[in-house]
Design a binder for this molecule. Structure first.
Ligand code: NAD
Length: 283
């Protein structure tokens, strides 16, 4: 549908089996792009599945589609690792045309009322979600400007980046920040023909919802235990009815918007924050 032949994409946080990052990485490859598949560890949900190997599994999927892919690990909150990620990606493929800033902090101790929120939990969320977005966009933008061929940058906010809700204070603040950052960067990079847009997903059925459900539960239960208990699907199906279009999203729903924003079809769009929320958030 979109022609991304000859383009190279970098996607962070792309090693989860059900994650948005995997869905975007493989969708961009289906559209013709070669992909740098990045994550902080090779297999972020190693305990979860029998034969899922994380980022290397995503690489194999992309290669099976006839495109090239490589895994490069990096912590998005560490400037040196981020710069090395971008440099290594450029060395491997020659250029980066599309960047998807998808990595996000794992929900847990941050999902408490503000009066109980520890400084460390607040800092972790902001270090990964907001500083990580800044560091990665800075490194990629420097490369794109030097190269002079334009580019597409897609940041990952959330419907929580538009409306705050109880026990989501740190997360919401970081995702509000991502939208402000996206708008500022879009203005700065427009003269370089680099489009910068944010996606704001509603509930997407990924591994992270086991961690959110566990954190919000009155039980003393970890995200891993929640997932192993088999209650994940049940909780997701309960949320389906709250979405006007009748179901929570899957990663592929977000990937469709990412593919559009990565393509020349979005050349006149920049500085936007687009809800992918089945009607659960409007405006
Ligand atoms: P996820 O938690 O499954 O994936 C996040 C990925 O980021 C993981 O692979 C994780 O290993 C990686 N990561 C964590 N810390 C990192 C670090 N320091 N450096 C590099 N990578 C790191 O989440 P997901 O549901 O696939 O969400 C992806 C993005 O979409 C996140 O930014 C999230 O906030 C956002 N989002 C998700 C939902 C949802 O309902 N799932 C809704 C709105 C927004």
């Amino acid at each position: 549908m979109y022609n991304l032949n000859g383009k190279v994409a970098l996607v962070t946080g792309a090693g989860g089996e059900y994650g948005i990052g995997r869905a975007i990485a493989t969708r961009l490859a289906k559209e013709g792009a070669d992909v740098i598949v990045s994550d902080v560890v090779s297999n972020p949900y190693a305990y979860d599945s029998n034969d899922w190997e994380g980022a290397p599994s995503v690489v194999r999927e992309i290669e099976a589609l006839g495109r090239q892919a490589v895994t490069i690990l990096a912590d998005v909150s560490d400037a040196d690792q981020v710069d090395a990620l971008v440099n290594e990606g450029v060395e491997r493929f020659g250029h980066i045309d599309i960047f998807v800033s998808n990595a996000g902090s794992r929900p847990g101790p941050d999902r408490v009322p503000v009066v109980e929120l520890e400084e460390e939990a607040w800092d972790t969320v902001h270090k990964i979600n907001l500083k990580g977005t800044f560091l990665c966009c800075r490194a990629v933008a420097r490369h794109m400007i030097d190269r002079g061929g334009g580019g597409k940058i897609i940041t990952m906010s959330s419907v929580s980046g538009r409306t705050g809700s109880a026990r989501f204070a740190a997360y919401a603040a970081s995702k509000f920040g991502v939208i402000g950052f996206t708008q500022a960067l879009a203005q700065e990079l427009a003269p370089h023909h680099i489009n910068v847009n944010a996606i704001c997903p509603g509930v997407v059925d990924t591994e992270r919802w086991s961690y959110i459900a566990a954190a919000l539960s009155p039980e003393d239960i970890s995200g891993e235990e929640w997932r192993a208990s088999g209650r994940h699907n049940e909780a997701m199906r309960q949320r389906d009815s709250r979405v006007p279009l009748g179901r929570v999203a899957v990663g592929e729903d977000v990937a469709k918007t990412a593919a559009f924003l990565a393509s020349s079809e979005s050349d006149y769009l920049t500085g936007l924050a687009i809800n992918v929320a089945g009607g659960s958030a409007m405006g």
